[in-house]
Design a protein around this ligand. Sequence first.
Ligand code: UDP
Length: 313
Amino acid sequence: MNVLITGGAGFIGSHLCKLLTERGDKVICLDNLITGFRKNIENLIGTDNFTFIEHDISQSFHLDEDIDWVYHFASLASPKHYLNYPIKTLKSGLLGTHNCLGIAKDKKAKFILASTSEVYGDPTVHPQPEEYWGNVSSIGPRSCYDESKRGAESLTYAYLRQHQVDVRVARIFNTYGPNMHPDDGRVVSNFITQSLAEKDLTIYGDGSQTRSFCYIDDLVKGLLKLTEIDYHQPVNLGNPAEFTIKELADLVLKETQSGSKIKNLPLPEDDPKRRRPDITKAKELLSWQPTVPLEKGLEKTIDYFRKVIRGKD
Ligand code: UDP
């Protein structure tokens, strides 16, 4: 298969590039390297089945080669980044998705969108099934991400209806693992890097808010399964095991054997209070469910961050 993947040097994108090239696909990886890192794809650059192009997908892009799939994974996905770059976030979600769908239509390729649990906003339904329409502010600080992904989904279904582009939409819940950037600002990377440096762990609010964390290997297996079936509606991909942020902090402290203390900081505006995927659909359609428990996934992620930090010294 010939595959175009945007955001291929990013966290999830780089794992996809690895898996796809390993199974023999020819991958063209696009990334503007704003939050992606060349290091994530270093081992692939120069190999036969892999081409890296530094490009911002919110700008138009012409491809000479025929392709079978477009994976649109370019996005500023961490609150720290999308709050700093709201316009870029909107552009990659809206213009980037439009450009990718245009390429898919032109090449008669299939298209998969990396959507997000943020389309549910601060949910009033728990756990969140795909049928839930969400509780999202269109003007708040997170709206640049949430609304651009909702717009991206809308564009995706417009191309399905109007141009019969063969689309898939994965609603990805909090994911963690190797290739996350240490300065990414997300809770797992923050807590691990803070613990390893014996610095205070920054809990926003009282730590009673919940998230459900999926290990990257589980997630990418689900994503590939979604490309293998003929189903066009959104599918939640995430780990339904739900933890408070305080529980996560305690687990990270235990696993790193750190003497760090906890420091409570103000809760960001519009921070969702509870989040947990209903993965009934993924179980039924994909015969998929996560298998890596948080403790195990954290161990591997901690090992990864130890190496990254050592490399920095
Ligand atoms: N969070 C925290 N401390 C941090 C980073 C994040 O307490 O150093 C909280 C954040 O307020 C949110 C949760 O952890 O409630 C998950 O945040 P993250 O940025 O990882 O992803 P989100 O699920 O909000 O997109």
